[in-house]
Design a protein around this ligand. Structure first.
Ligand SMILES: [Zn+2]
Ligand SMILES: [Zn+2]
Length: 241
């Protein structure tokens, strides 16, 4: 009885299995044969960008070994030597200029999520393989999140290898946008902007942000995460200004 009943079921399952397999093969083929995200030329390797678009972007090649400041030599810059940050290193894909700056503006202020994905996918291809897998996107305060409708750092983190721990830290609401302030004002403005939402902080983590400018935001976030027990803190950003 049990055996008889199971025969037709198995036949149907096998047929469905073949259909699912065919669908998976097609989806896989589409994923492997993606087009360049900027010019839509076919890219046989499946990478995010075709060689022409890749070469046209301002990739971050050298800079401070700690904060990735592109104006500094390849060793630690004077600022990092005088005021060592709590993070180990900033990994950034690009210098914040030209096409990259306009893609990031489109992403953040124009709500064009695909512009952010282009850069995040290119960044993901550059990430070191030993990047700590717990991703901590820089939080937005509630008002800014409501205005924008999304947190750009979470959108970037979605494209990076690892798992997102977005509820770890919250951001208070009384601070001005960092982009409107000078360097010394940024440091004061961001001080105590973040609050831990848990006492369970992983020992290895990666802070994710869109643009590192003076570094004041990621320095402050790294400071409170280190104080709560994080021992290895990397920062991953689309661009370094
Ligand atoms: Zn292209
Ligand atoms: Zn530095």
């Amino acid at each position: 009885m049990w055996l008889n009943g199971s025969v037709p079921t198995r036949t149907v399952n096998q047929k469905q299995g073949r259909q699912v397999n065919g669908l998976l093969t097609r989806l896989l083929a589409q994923l492997l044969e993606r087009d360049c995200r900027l010019c839509h030329e076919h890219v046989p390797s499946g990478e995010a960008l075709c060689p022409q678009c890749r070469n046209a972007l301002p990739w971050l090649s050298a800079g401070c070994s700690r904060c990735a400041d592109p104006r500094a030599p390849a060793c630690e810059c004077g600022h990092c030597q005088r005021y060592p940050p709590a993070f180990d290193r900033v990994v950034a894909g690009f210098e914040y200029r030209d096409e990259v700056a306009s893609l990031i503006r489109r992403f953040k202020h124009g709500g064009d999520l695909s512009a952010g994905r282009v850069l995040a996918d290119a960044l993901a291809e550059q990430c070191p393989t030993d990047l700590p897998p717990t991703l901590v996107p820089v939080p937005l305060d509630r008002r800014r999140l409501r205005e924008r409708g999304f947190n750009q750092a979470i959108e970037i983190a979605r494209r990076l290898p690892g798992g997102i721990a977005s509820g770890l830290v919250v951001r208070g609401g009384s601070h001005q946008p960092q982009s409107l302030l000078a360097a010394h004002q940024r440091r004061r403005n961001i001080r105590h902007a973040f609050r831990l939402a848990t006492d369970q902080v992983p020992t290895r983590l990666t802070i994710v942000d869109d643009v590192v400018t003076t570094g004041a935001t990621v320095r402050e976030l790294a400071r409170i995460l280190a104080r709560a027990g994080a021992r290895e803190i990397m920062v991953c950003a689309l661009a370094r200004a």
